[in-house]
Structure formats: C-alpha cells, structure tokens
Write a protein that binds this ligand. Structure first.
Ligand code: C2E
Ligand code: CA
Ligand code: CA
Ligand code: CA
Length: 278
C-alpha cells in the first residue's frame, strides 16, 4: 500500500511539475514572441444567411520557432493570468486596426470583431489607447466590435459598464462571446450597451439533432430579436446547422468551418477585396 501511495504521489507531483513548467516556458517564450514578431493575425469570415461575407473575427496565432503554430487555446489562458495578455491584446488590436486602415485606403469598409480580455479592458488607459489607435489610423470606430465574456464586468461592475458606454458612445460595438455558457447572461444583458450575441458553438453543433439545444438556440434568437440584438452563431460546420439557423432567423450571421477556417489576414483581405468588387 505504501509503495502504491508513493507512486501515486510521485505521479501527481510530476504532473504538477509539468503544468508549472509548461506555464513557465509559455510565459518566457511569449515574452520573446512579442519582441520577436512571432504572433500572426488570422481572420475567419462571418457570413449572412445567403452566404455573403459580412466581416471577420480576428484570431491570434503564434508561430513558435520550435513548436510550430501554437493554438491560442493554449497560450491565451496562460497570458491572461499575467500582464502578458495586455501586450498580446495590444498587438492584436494594432494589427486589426491597421488592416482596417489598409482596406479603407482601398475604398473598402472592413468590419472586424476582436476578442477583448478582461485584464486588458481593466487597464486604466484602455479606452483612450484604443480611441487613439483608431483616430491615428483613420478607422471608423463603428466597424470595430469588441467580443467580451461576462468575466469582463466581474469585480467592478459599475466601472466596467461606464467604460463600455464610453466606447459605445464613440461608435464601437460590443458582442457577448460564448453566450449561453456562463451564469448571469440574461440579467446583465439589459444593463450592458451591447449590439450582438454570439451563440456558443456547443449549442450550434447539436441544435439540429438535440431538442434541448434546439430550444436553447431558439430562445436566444427570440430574446435577441426582442432586444434588437444581432446574433452570430459560431462553430457552424454543417449545412444542417446553417439551415436550422437560417430557417429560424433570416438575419442570423454564421461563422464556422463550413464557410471558412481562420486564414492569414493578408490572404483573407485579398479574398474580401475580390468579393466586394463582384
Ligand atoms: P473564441 O473567441 O470562442 O473563438 C472561436 C474559436 O472557435 C476559434 O478557436 C476558432 O478557430 C474556432 N472555430 C471557428 N469555427 C469553428 C468550427 O466550425 N468548429 C470548431 N470546432 N471550432 C471553430 P481559436 O482560434 O483556437 O481560439 C480559441 C480561443 O482563444 C478563442 O475562442 C478566444 O477565447 C481566444 N483567442 C483567440 N484569439 C484571441 C485574441 O486575439 N485575444 C484574446 N483575448 N483571445 C483570443
Ligand atoms: Ca470570440
Ligand atoms: Ca466564442
Ligand atoms: Ca470560446
């Protein structure tokens, strides 16, 4: 029994050591990545019910010198636990807004959605920093949507709402990401100056086949319609899912592998340009 316990403890410690070590490595390498231009901006199209592109979500990628392309699912949570997310977030916003400026110079309005981490939003200078970036690049703030989760308002609710209102007053839009997975959602909705809900892909995936998910998606669509909120369905992979959504709401916006995987920003812009002249 003792030997068993010992082995168990050793295994547990090894596992913890691995996690701590991985975190340490990711933090150290990410610091270098920022200085060394290893981050990449990818874009994934959003389309209307007729399949026309309406804009894109910006998703960061990390081209690691030895590990290859690192998924944000791995490094964003680690970055969020340190100040590193501020640097990563600033990089993403700067790249996204520059791309919008490039599109504008070519005569194209490019609506983009960018993920905003709570920690970045809580930085005292976030609002003036972002407004300055948009002004400097001559980009219409109304084309930029900030994707946030309800974690954004945790802590200082009043201050968070005031900040959101300040940005909304300047024309920016807010979208509630992963809608349906958290707790508060409905109670907060009324108080937050939001323009859009993004239905989490977990509900979209099973909506055509599971009555519970179907009911949930239908409820979200109906709440959104009453509140005059735009809806984006994420993780649309099959035609059945797209049809399910379009049949219930002709104004729903779709995002998912069915319409396009995230692609390098320049490539994506090229295709956007080709679409717009057609
Ligand atoms: P998210 O904001 O919920 O982004 C949607 C995720 O779903 C993306 O994963 C996207 O590539 C993936 N996806 C899109 N279509 C489909 C589909 O049809 N099926 C499936 N199974 N997945 C699909 P990704 O790019 O790996 O990003 C993961 C998460 O990392 C994001 O989830 C977001 O929370 C975070 N993230 C990514 N980029 C940024 C960023 O620039 N800033 C911040 N703060 N977070 C980011
Ligand atoms: Ca998102
Ligand atoms: Ca999401
Ligand atoms: Ca998510």
């Amino acid at each position: 029994a003792k030997r068993h316990g010992g082995a168990h403890t050793a295994f547990f410690e090894a596992a913890m050591g691995d996690a701590a070590q991985q975190r340490f490595r990711v933090e150290r390498d990410l610091r270098e990545a920022l200085a060394d231009h290893q981050l990449r901006l990818f874009l994934q199209p959003q389309v209307d019910a007729k399949g026309r592109w309406t804009g894109a979500e910006a998703l960061v990628r990390w081209q690691h010198p030895t590990q290859g392309m690192v998924s944000p699912g791995l490094f964003i949570p680690i970055a969020e636990e340190s100040e590193l997310i501020v640097g990563v977030g600033r990089w993403v916003f700067t790249e996204a807004v520059r791309l919008m400026a490039t599109a504008a110079r070519a005569g194209l309005a490019l609506p983009l959605s960018v993920n905003l981490s709570p920690r970045q939003f809580r930085q005292g200078d976030f609002v003036p920093w972002l407004c300055n970036l948009l002004a400097e690049q001559g980009v219409d703030p109304g084309l930029l949507t900030l994707e946030v989760t309800e974690g954004l308002v945790i802590g200082n609710v009043e201050q968070a709402i005031a900040r959101m209102k300040e940005l909304r007053a300047r024309g920016l839009h807010f979208s509630i990401d992963d809608f349906g997975t958290g707790y508060s959602s409905l109670a907060y909705l009324k108080r937050l100056p939001i323009s859009e809900l993004k239905i989490d892909k977990a509900f979209i995936q099973d909506a055509p086949t599971h009555p519970d998910d179907a009911a949930l998606v239908e409820t979200i669509l109906s709440v959104a319609a009453h509140m005059q909120l735009k809806v984006v369905a994420e993780g649309v992979e099959t035609q059945e899912q797209a049809d399910f959504l379009a049949r219930r709401d002709a104004s729903v916006i779709l995002q998912g592998y069915l319409f396009g995987k995230p692609a390098p920003a320049r490539e994506w812009l090229q295709r956007w340009q080709e679409q717009q002249v057609l």
